[in-house]
Ligand binder design. Structure first.
Ligand code: ZN
Length: 73
């Protein structure tokens, strides 16, 4: 079951909850009992960012192996 990070806007605490993906956006209650919480982007955001970063060198610079050696100049 995936883990989700939440931050409490009442006391500033961050906490984790394990819940089904279908319940990912359900309201979470802070350990202190506050209900004014927001879900933080965690696992999904990190995975997406890594994939985007990995694809950027080939898309933007023309690859390191070929042009790095000067064969394209
Ligand atoms: Zn709280």
């Amino acid at each position: 079951m995936p883990r989700y990070d939440f931050r409490c806007r009442s006391c500033g605490a961050t906490f984790e909850l394990r819940r089904a993906m279908a319940q990912a956006n359900d309201p979470a209650v802070c350990p202190e009992g506050h209900t004014d919480t927001v879900k933080l982007l965690s696992t999904v955001a990190v995975t997406g960012g890594a994939a985007a970063a990995a694809s950027m060198p080939s898309a933007g610079g023309g690859g390191g192996g070929c042009c790095g050696g000067g064969c394209c100049r």
